[in-house]
Design a protein around this ligand. Structure first.
Ligand SMILES: Nc1ncnc2c1ncn2[C@@H]1O[C@H](COP(=O)(O)OP(=O)(O)OP(=O)(O)O)[C@@H](O)[C@H]1O
Ligand SMILES: [Mg+2]
Length: 287
């Protein structure tokens, strides 16, 4: 097997909310995302997961400020992109194109008065201004098919779609420009277990087919163990433990990791199942 190749590297990243008193939301975090892998980011509410994800996407806005560290995107062309230094056109060519994000609570943030097609076309209009209407239509249909939604749904409005379908639409939009990295922030948390499972399976399938890497954020560590290659555990702004899914599952080092492992029912609903079969077997099963 060839050595893993990094696609995104964060080194000693610190992010503060400059409010009174200041909130040190991310403290000295170093993370490497390898090409094509699923990196799980786990940790309880308020530990800084979303803030870190925004930092890596260069989406932070005041009062948030990255006070220290570097973030480098290793493009498939061979060029390294200094993410922190990007601005203007460089930043526009980076977001959505190189790295896209499925936002926390996103399925409720589709514009209610515009049909799905217009929302997808919007991405092309911003990032591919020369694209013909015919090509936009073809690509939009292809994207829906990819995420398991019938293309006839393009003319639906968000309220006509189930929660699961809306979330699939958000994933379709994140895939629109064929990014190398997708950050998914609690993409299935609001959905019931059956729908959740269907969407996770879809993400795994797409990842295999299209080869993008995923940072998958959730407080549900048992679920991450089933789907991730590697996992980072975050506590109060810091990464307290990192390892392969196998290592985190079998030999968790940090007390907090142990606590997270025992505090949630797994995606399968039957913890026994995945305790017996181990994380790899469950990963097979989930496909
Ligand atoms: N706009 C803001 N102003 C001040 N503090 C903020 C702001 N946004 C977030 N924070 C604080 O930063 C810390 C990290 O928040 P963040 O949303 O990144 O956590 P999270 O791990 O994503 O939580 P959750 O699991 O609930 O989504 C928290 O203490 C939060 O209260
Ligand atoms: Mg969050």
């Amino acid at each position: 097997m060839s050595a893993p190749e990094a696609v995104l590297t964060a080194r000693n990243v610190s992010i503060e909310y400059e409010v009174d008193p200041p909130v040190k939301a991310v403290r000295n975090v170093s993370l490497t995302l390898n090409r094509g892998e699923i990196l799980g980011l786990a940790g309880e509410s308020g530990c800084g997961k979303t803030t870190l994800a925004y930092g890596m996407n260069r989406l932070l806005k005041a009062p948030a400020l990255m006070t220290d560290g570097e973030i480098v995107f290793h493009d498939r062309s061979g060029t390294d992109i200094d993410v922190v230094a990007l601005d203007g056109d460089g930043l526009r060519a980076f977001r959505w194109d190189k790295i896209s994000m499925v936002f926390q609570g996103a399925m409720n943030s589709l514009n209610p008065v515009i049909d799905v097609r217009a929302q997808i076309f919007d991405i092309f209009d911003t990032h591919r201004p020369g694209m013909s209407k015919k090509d936009k239509q073809a690509r939009a249909e292809e994207l829906l098919t990819l995420v398991g939604v019938d293309p006839s749904r393009l003319t639906s409005f968000p309220h006509e779609l189930s929660g699961g379908m809306r979330q699939r639409m958000m994933i379709a939009m994140a895939l629109a420009l064929d990014p190398q990295v997708m950050v998914m922030d609690e993409p299935t948390t609001a959905l019931d277990v059956v729908v959740q499972r269907g969407i996770i399976r879809e993400i795994m399938r797409l990842r295999e087919r299209l080869g993008f890497a995923v940072i998958f954020i959730t407080h549900d560590l048992p679920m991450l163990i089933e789907i991730s290659d590697r996992i980072a555990v975050m506590l109060q702004g810091e990464i307290v433990e990192q390892g392969t899914a196998e290592e985190i599952y079998r030999t968790p080092q940090h007390e907090y990791t142990k606590r997270l492992l025992s505090s949630f029912p797994s995606l399968t609903g039957e913890r026994g199942d995945f305790v017996r079969t181990g994380s790899r077997a469950s990963q097979e099963e989930i496909r």
